[in-house]
Design a protein around this ligand. Structure first.
Ligand code: ADP
Ligand code: MG
Length: 604
C-alpha cells in the first residue's frame, strides 16, 4: 500500500482516542475550558452517564463569531503565549474541541463579553457547520451529544451508565476542589444533583473540601503549608485515624490541575507509612504550586500525569510536610471515634457504620465490625434496652479499678487529663477539663516505644545482654534474611548471629523493650523481611523494624497499671509525636466531650 497522508478527520479521530477516553474526560476538558475563560459559575448536565448528553454552561469571557470556527479546529488555542515551558492555563493543546467534534455531535454557543449577540457552531463527526446566530445571555454553552457515535469501537469500551456517571462526578469534584471560588453544579437524570456554592474568605479552601469530601473532613484534617526551594505544598491531610478502605479519596493537584500521579501518591503513602496499616488509605487534598518550567504537564494527552524536573525535591517536600504536620499537631483524637461511640449507644437503624476496622490483635483487622450476635432477633424499643448495650452489661463491675489515690484535678496543660480508673486491665479512663478519654493502653504504649526507638536510631539504641543467648529455629531462607540485616538490627539494639544453618542466636535485645520473647520477635522480623522485595530505603527499613519491635515491647492489654503508671502514660502520649494512633492507623484513645456525653443522655 502506498504511503498516504491521513485526512484531517482521521487525524482528529486518532487524537480523539487519546484526549477523550470516556465521558468524564469530555467533562474535564469542557470544565477546564470554562475555568480558563474566567467563569464564576459552571453548570454540568449529563444524561446516560454522559454518553447521550454532556452540557457545560459557563459565565466566562465567551467567544465571538470569528473565533468559533477556530475553537473547534485542531491545534487552535488562545492559551499558548509563553510556550510549552510556561503553561499557566489548564488547556494549551488546542485539541479538545476538535477531538470531541470528530467523535460526537458538538454544539458550541457563545457570547463574547460585552457583545450584543451570541453565535453558535456545530460539528458532527468532524463536519463543521457555518456559524449562525444563537440565543444565549452570556458566556458559553457547549453541548456534546451521542459521544463516540462516529467511533463505534470506542463506544464499546464504555462502562455501565452508573460507572461513567460516577467518573464524571469524581472529575467535577476534583475540579471543584481546586477552584473553591467558582460555583459548580452537576445535574441530570442519571444522577443526584450536586451544587457547590462558591466559598470565599480565609477558610474557603477547607470549606470547599469539606463540601466535596464530607463534613467530617473539617474536624479530622491538619492544614499543610510548606515550602522547599520554590515549590509550595498546601492543602489538608486527614488524620491517620480518619482512613479509608480504598485510595479514592486522595486528591492531588499540580498548579491547580487535578492529577493522578504514581510518584505523588507514592510520596503520600510514604508519609503515612508508619501511621497506617498498608491496606488502609489516607484522605488528602494537596496542592503543589511550582514554577511552570519546573514541571512538564504535557506527558500525556489527558494531562493526568506530570513529570517534575526535580522529583526528589517534591517527594521530600510531601513526606516531610505531612510527617511534621502530624507530629506537631499534638494529641488529636478523630471525632469519628466519639461519633461512633455515641452512635453505638443509639437505637439500631440510626447508627452509622463504625469507621475503623475491628480491633483484632492478630491481623490488624479489616472490614466493618460485625453486629452483636443475636442483636437483630427482636425489635427493641428505642432507648435503654437496645442491643448495643449488652456487651457493656455483660461486664462485671468488679473489673473496674478506680485509682486508690486521689485523682489530680485535670488541667488545661494536660489535654489527656488525669487517670481515674483502669477498666478490664486494658483501658485507662481519664478525666479531662471538658470530658473524658479512654486510652487503649497497649496501642498507646506500642506507639510510644516505637517513637522512642525511632528517636534513638541515630544515637544507637541501648541494649541489654541476655545471660543465655536465645536460639531461634528458622527456615534456611529466614536465617539468611535475618543474618543479612544483622548490622541494621544491631543499630536498633537487637544483636543476632547465625547459629548453624537452621537457627539464629539472639545475644542482646533493646533495653526499652524490657523483657521480650526474643524468639517471637525474630520470627516476626523474618516475616517482615520476606515482604521486602521492593527494597525500601534504609530509613524505612529501620522504621519498620522498630515498629515491629515496639509491638513486642509494649504493655500488653491485660496488665494492671498503677495510678502513677497510668498518668505517666498519658503525659508521655502528650509529648510524643503521632501518639494519637497506633502503627495501623487505629486510634490509641478516644475522647468524649461533655457535649457527647450529654447527647448520650438526651440532654442535648
Ligand atoms: P485548549 O483549551 O487547549 O486551548 P480547546 O480545544 O479546549 O483547546 O479549546 C480551543 C479554544 O477555544 C480555547 O483556546 C479557547 O480560546 C476557546 N474556548 C473553548 N472553550 C471555551 C469557553 N468555555 N469559553 C471561552 N473560550 C473557550
Ligand atoms: Mg481546553
Amino acid at each position: 500500500m502506498p504511503i498516504r497522508r491521513l485526512s484531517e478527520d482521521m487525524v482528529n479521530r486518532i487524537a480523539a482516542g487519546e484526549v477523550v477516553e470516556r465521558p468524564a474526560s469530555v467533562v474535564k476538558e469542557l470544565v477546564e475550558n470554562a475555568i480558563d475563560a474566567g467563569a464564576t459559575r459552571i453548570e454540568v448536565v449529563t444524561a446516560a452517564g454522559g454518553a447521550a448528553l454532556i452540557r457545560v454552561t459557563d459565565d466566562g469571557g465567551g467567544m465571538g463569531p470569528d473565533e468559533l470556527p477556530l475553537a473547534v479546529e485542531r491545534h487552535c488555542t488562545s492559551k499558548l503565549d509563553g510556550g510549552l515551558d510556561d503553561i499557566r492555563s489548564l488547556g494549551f493543546r488546542g485539541e479538545a474541541l476538535a477531538a470531541i467534534g470528530s467523535a460526537a455531535r458538538l454544539s458550541v454557543a457563545s457570547r463574547k463579553r460585552g457583545a450584543a449577540d451570541a453565535f453558535a457552531i456545530e460539528v458532527e463527526g468532524g463536519r463543521i457547520t457555518p456559524v449562525h446566530p444563537a440565543a444565549l445571555g452570556a458566556g458559553t454553552r457547549v453541548e456534546v451529544r451521542d459521544l463516540f457515535f462516529a467511533t463505534p469501537a470506542r463506544l464499546k469500551f464504555l462502562k455501565s451508565e452508573r460507572a461513567e456517571s460516577s467518573a464524571i462526578t469524581d472529575m467535577v469534584k476534583r475540579l471543584a476542589m481546586a477552584h473553591p471560588g467558582i460555583r459548580f453544579s452537576l445535574a441530570g437524570a442519571d444522577r443526584t444533583a450536586q451544587d457547590f456554592a462558591p466559598a470565599t474568605g480565609d477558610d474557603a479552601e477547607l470549606r470547599r473540601l469539606a463540601a466535596v469530601i464530607g463534613p467530617d473532613f473539617r474536624d479530622n484534617a491538619v492544614a499543610i503549608d510548606a515550602l522547599r526551594e520554590d515549590v509550595r505544598l498546601t492543602g489538608f491531610a486527614g488524620l491517620p485515624t480518619y482512613n479509608r478502605a480504598n485510595g479514592l479519596s486522595q486528591f492531588l493537584f499540580v498548579n491547580g490541575r487535578p492529577v493522578r500521579d504514581k510518584q505523588l501518591t507514592g510520596a503520600v503513602r510514604a508519609a503515612y507509612s508508619d501511621l497506617l496499616k498498608r491496606d488502609r488509605h489516607p484522605v488528602v487534598a494537596l496542592f503543589l504550586a511550582l514554577d511552570p518550567s519546573q514541571v512538564d504537564v504535557n506527558v500525556h494527552p489527558t494531562k493526568a500525569e506530570v513529570r517534575f524536573r526535580d522529583p526528589g525535591l517534591v517527594r521530600g517536600l510531601i513526606v516531610g510536610a505531612l510527617r511534621q504536620a502530624f507530629a506537631g499537631s499534638g494529641p488529636r483524637a478523630s471525632t469519628l471515634a466519639a461519633d461512633a461511640t455515641v452512635a453505638a449507644f443509639r437505637p439500631e437503624g440510626t447508627r452509622t457504620a463504625t469507621p475503623y476496622p475491628p480491633l483484632s490483635r492478630s491481623d490488624g483487622g479489616g472490614g466493618p465490625a460485625k453486629p452483636v450476635e443475636g442483636a437483630r432477633e427482636m425489635p427493641y424499643p428505642a432507648g435503654l434496652a437496645e442491643p448495643g448495650q449488652s456487651p457493656f452489661l455483660a461486664a462485671p463491675s468488679a473489673d473496674i479499678r478506680p485509682r486508690e489515690t486521689a485523682t489530680p484535678a485535670p488541667n488545661a496543660t494536660h489535654p489527656l487529663g488525669a487517670a481515674v480508673a483502669q477498666v478490664h486491665d486494658t483501658y485507662v479512663v481519664a478525666q479531662t477539663p471538658d470530658g473524658l478519654v479512654i486510652v487503649d493502653q497497649h496501642a498507646a504504649h506500642e506507639r510510644l516505644v516505637y517513637e522512642r526507638m525511632k528517636a534513638n536510631i541515630d544515637r544507637g539504641v541501648a541494649r541489654q545482654i541476655l545471660l543465655i543467648p536465645d536460639v531461634v529455629d528458622l527456615s534456611a531462607g529466614d536465617v539468611e534474611r535475618v543474618a543479612e540485616r544483622a548490622d541494621e538490627l544491631a543499630a536498633l539494639g537487637l544483636v543476632v548471629e547465625r547459629f548453624g544453618p537452621g537457627a539464629i542466636a539472639v545475644r542482646e535485645t533493646p533495653s526499652m523493650l524490657g523483657h521480650v520473647d526474643a524468639a517471637a520477635l525474630v520470627r516476626d522480623l523474618a516475616e517482615e523481611f520476606a515482604e521486602w522485595e521492593a527494597g525500601p530505603t534504609l530509613r524505612d527499613r529501620l522504621d519498620r523494624v522498630a515498629s515491629r519491635m515496639a509491638c513486642h515491647g509494649s504493655v500488653r492489654a491485660g496488665r494492671r497499671l498503677k495510678p502513677a503508671e497510668m498518668d505517666a502514660l498519658l503525659r508521655e502520649m502528650e509529648v510524643t509525636p503521632n501518639a494519637s494512633q497506633c502503627n495501623h492507623g487505629r486510634p490509641t484513645y478516644i475522647e468524649l466531650k461533655l457535649a457527647d456525653i450529654e447527647r448520650l443522655f438526651g440532654r442535648r
